[in-house]
Design a protein around this ligand. Sequence first.
Ligand SMILES: Nc1ncnc2c1ncn2[C@@H]1O[C@H](COP(=O)(O)OP(=O)(O)OP(=O)(O)O)[C@@H](O)[C@H]1O
Ligand SMILES: [Mg+2]
Length: 277
Amino acid sequence: MKPDDKRIWEKIDKNDDHWRKRRKKKEDFQTVDSVIDLNTVKRLRKLQDKGFIDSISGTIASGKESGIFLAKLGSEGEDYCKALSIVSPIVIKIYRTSTLNFKKIIRYINGDIRFRKHRKSTRHIVNLWAEKEYKNLKRSSIAKVRVPTPILVKNNILLMELLGKKSRPFPLLKNSPQAYTEETLAQILEQTKMLFHKAGLVHADLSPYNILVGDQIPYFIDMSQSVLVSHPKALEFLERDINNVISFFLMKGIEVPDSKEIFNTITKDFPDKDLLT
Ligand SMILES: Nc1ncnc2c1ncn2[C@@H]1O[C@H](COP(=O)(O)OP(=O)(O)OP(=O)(O)O)[C@@H](O)[C@H]1O
Ligand SMILES: [Mg+2]
C-alpha cells in the first residue's frame, strides 16, 4: 500500500470501527464523514474484498455533492475492465447522501421515462442519481460521444474510466487556455449534436466545469442530470447548454456562431423513436 492509500484507508477504517461499535443504532445510516458514510465504507470494502479494487490512491475532487477518487484495480477488476479497454487506475465517484439537493435534482428525474417509478426516500434518490449517471454515460459511450466509459454502479458508488494521462486527470476546460479556440468550440458543439442524435440525450449541465480537455480533445463528464430528448424540458436544457458554452468562448474572445442557429441545426430533426426511451 502506498503512503497516500494509507491515509485514505485510515480514514475509512476509522469510519469502519465507528460502524462496528454502533452497528445496532439508527445513526448507522447517518453520514459520519463529509463524503464517505458508513454504508459506503462497507460497499468499498466489499469491492476490495472481491478483488475488484485494490486501493484508493488519491482524491481528485471533493465537491458539495460528490467525492471523486482515484483507485487502483484489483485482479478481478482488471479482468472485467479489459473487455471495456479500461486500464488501472480508474475513477470512483461517491455521491454524498447528506448534501443531496433534492429540489434541484427531482426535475431531472421526473419526466425521464426510464425512472417513472421510483422510491422517494433520500437514500433511494441518491442511488437513482448514481444509476442515472451510469446509464447516461453508457448510452453516450455506446454512441461514441467522448465521455468516461462507465464500469459499474453500486448504490451511491460509480466506477468509471479515468480521463487522463499517467494517472493524472485531464484539466477542466475552465483551466485550459490552450483550448480556447474556434476548433475546440466546434468539437464541443459537434459532441452536443452527437449526444442528441446518437445517444438521444441532452447533457443539461454543460459548462466549462463539466468538460475536460486532453490533447486538445474535449470530453463531457458529470451526467447525472442528463435527460432523454423526450423529457419535457429537454429542449430548454439544450438551449441553456448551448448558451453556456457559447458565452464562455465569447468571453474568451473567440469568434462564435449564433447560438439560436446552432440550436435550430441540432433540433431540425429528432432522433429515431428507439432513442426516446
Ligand atoms: N472520469 C473522470 N476522469 C478524470 N477526472 C474526473 C472524472 N470524473 C470527474 N473528474 C474530476 O472530478 C471533478 C468533479 O466531478 P463531477 O463534475 O462529475 O462531480 P460533481 O459532483 O458535479 O462535482 P462539481 O459539483 O464540482 O461539478 C471534475 O471537475 C473533474 O475534475
Ligand atoms: Mg461537475
